[in-house]
Design a protein around this ligand. Structure first.
Ligand code: FES
Length: 90
């Protein structure tokens, strides 16, 4: 959680960091991350989102909202440390 926002963080193999709101855009349900498929999945009605928040499938049309990283120097921080810094920034 960052503030009152559930945030999902994923570092891809190219070194990019993806931060998205980890709440389904269909009916505001918390998402789970599937390590094997590397997708955000909604346990309620089965929507799936890519790590950048785009819709893969399911009963949704709106992608996940992106959460911005205040500075590029933070992009390679481990997820826990990145969350902690984002909390302190708010
Ligand atoms: S609430 Fe996520 S797919 Fe319906």
């Amino acid at each position: 959680m960052v503030g009152n926002q559930r945030v999902g963080i994923f570092h891809d193999k190219a070194g990019r960091t993806h931060l998205v709101t980890a709440v389904c855009t269909h009916a505001d349900w918390p998402l789970d991350f599937c390590r094997s498929s590397q997708t955000w999945e909604c346990p309620r009605h089965g929507a799936r989102f890519a790590v950048d928040g785009s819709v893969i499938d399911g009963p949704v049309s709106r992608p996940l909202d992106a959460v911005s990283i205040p500075t590029a120097q933070w992009e390679n921080l481990p997820p826990d440390e990145l969350c902690e810094r984002l909390r302190r920034e708010q």
